[in-house]
Design a protein around this ligand. Structure first.
Ligand SMILES: [Zn+2]
Length: 233
């Protein structure tokens, strides 16, 4: 299968679904990561242009650990809005990956780029197959399943299905650790220890699921795109 994860910022994928992606990868599936924004506001230390290139490099190193191909839409951080052009970017990116399963942000996520990434992904699902849709990549034949991943700190998100990532937790930590530039930035929000954050969030979802560590998901319900939980690893 082709598995696609669409994140708003470099590091969102690692926090929310890297364990699940690593599990797919171990099973021999192809993993694709697309980032909608470049995260160029994520620093109080260096300029927008510098942090953009640092974060791109960090995301690429992390993707290598996850065995994933990565591509970048390169919208400005906090700059993603719903326009014909942004919809076209999402259609192109999804068609390019030709996915069987898609993971992205919960549309109700209050972090602007997160919610917008989830909303845009959902909105273009019915446009993936149409040849008259304005896009640059040919239509795909598949009707991929779409799963939403967790919000920051799990706020306002109630998973309906879980993936046991206990055996993939080390890979998840390793991938996340590549986003070293975000240690300084996260201190602005009172977060000093990345591993503690991962352990808490993945441990809490694990507690709910009856395993050590887990990632939780909610399936998108859309005509012709009803969830197929058997596609989860
Ligand atoms: Zn984010």
């Amino acid at each position: 299968m082709n598995v696609l994860a669409i994140g708003a910022h470099p590091d969102d994928i690692e926090v929310c679904c890297a364990g699940t992606l690593a599990k797919y990868q171990k099973q021999g599936h192809s993993i694709y990561i697309v980032l909608s924004t470049n995260g160029n506001q994520g620093s109080n230390v260096v300029s927008r242009e510098e942090i953009r290139s640092i974060r791109k490099r960090e995301a690429e190193e992390s993707a290598r650990i996850l065995g994933a191909q990565i591509s970048h839409m390169d919208y400005d951080d906090e700059g993603l809005v719903d326009t014909p052009e942004s919809r076209r970017s999402f259609i192109n990116a999804i068609r390019q990956a030709n996915p069987d399963v898609i993971f992205t942000h919960y549309p109700e996520d209050k972090s602007t780029d997160h919610g917008m990434t989830g909303k845009l992904t959902t909105q273009v699902m019915l446009s993936l197959q149409g040849k008259n849709i304005r896009a640059d990549v040919q239509p795909i034949q598949k009707l991929p399943a779409l799963f939403y991943f967790d919000t920051g700190g799990g706020v306002g998100f109630v998973p309906e299905v879980y993936v046991d990532i206990t055996a993939e937790m080390d890979i998840k930590r390793e991938a996340f650790s590549r986003h070293a530039s975000q240690l300084d930035w996260m201190k602005v929000f009172g977060l000093a220890d990345f591993n503690e954050y991962l352990n808490l969030v993945s441990g809490y979802r694990g507690l709910q699921a009856g395993v050590r560590y887990a990632e939780g998901f909610v399936a998108c319900r859309l005509w012709n795109f009803m969830p197929d939980y058997k596609l989860l690893p």
